[in-house]
Design a binder for this molecule. Structure first.
Ligand code: SAH
Length: 218
């Protein structure tokens, strides 16, 4: 099984540390299905105060992340991975994430993710090294770290060996252009509401029919 290598470039690697330890992603890392590394962009700022941002030319609000520290971070990643990963930048200007994008990107073996902060990143860096910009929705967040976690979470759960059964995600919402049927667990009656009878029937064919009928095309 090939390992999925992921390198994240960020000013806040600590945002990723909890997710990397727990749940399905934590287990995928422990089981060596993915190799996820976070790189602190500030470590690659060679200037005196390890500055990573500066004022925008032409004026305007806020600060802009400088090209060079990010460029040097990516150079470092290229050296340790001994290849050039496919570089995705989280950006509100990117393509809005959907299952189609996820199914395409999960076929890569090496990806890197660039998380912006402040008012964004010097366009020359984006033009020079970024392969694709991805947004998690038409609204603006304070940084690319939460979008990167959303993106990584959804990619990682579809990798072979991550969920106990591939069926776990193949039957789920969006995978086959459908939305998943409603789900129920114990107890059979809760607040006077009963679980649909057919689900208790043990009749696999009828259960399958019910599930299909209750999965909606979107
Ligand atoms: N000034 C920019 C917004 C910068 S927000 C603009 O108006 O387009 C700072 C960073 O947060 C961005 O560089 C990006 O990495 C991240 N970000 C914000 N909203 C996002 C979204 N909807 N999807 C993905 N990344 C986002």
């Amino acid at each position: 099984m090939s390992i999925f290598n992921i390198d994240v470039m960020t000013l806040f690697p600590e945002i990723f540390s909890l997710t990397m330890q727990i749940g399905i992603i934590g287990r995928a890392i422990k089981n060596n299905i993915i190799n996820l590394k976070c790189h602190q962009i500030r470590d690659f700022a060679k200037n005196k105060h390890r500055r990573v941002d500066d004022y925008p030319f032409g004026g305007g609000e806020g600060m802009i992340m400088m090209a060079e520290p990010i460029f040097q971070t990516f150079e470092h990643i290229k050296i340790i991975r001994q290849k050039t990963p496919y570089l995705i930048m989280m950006s509100p200007k990117g393509k809005v994430l959907n299952q189609e994008i996820i199914n395409r990107i999960r076929n890569f073996q090496d990806i890197a993710i660039l998380c912006g902060r402040y008012e964004g990143i010097d366009q020359r860096l984006i033009d020079e090294i970024v392969d694709e910009e991805i947004s998690i929705g038409n609204y603006v967040l304070t940084g690319g770290e939460l979008p990167a976690l959303v993106f990584l979470d959804t990619i990682i759960r579809t990798l072979p060996g991550v969920l106990s059964s591939e069926n776990s995600f193949k039957h789920e919402s969006y995978y086959n252009n459908t939305l998943e049927h409603p789900q129920y667990t114990r107890p059979q009656v809760w607040h006077n509401k009963k679980v649909p009878e057919v689900l208790l029937s043990g009749n696999h064919k009828e259960i399958e029919n019910w599930k299909n009928q209750n999965s909606f095309k979107y």
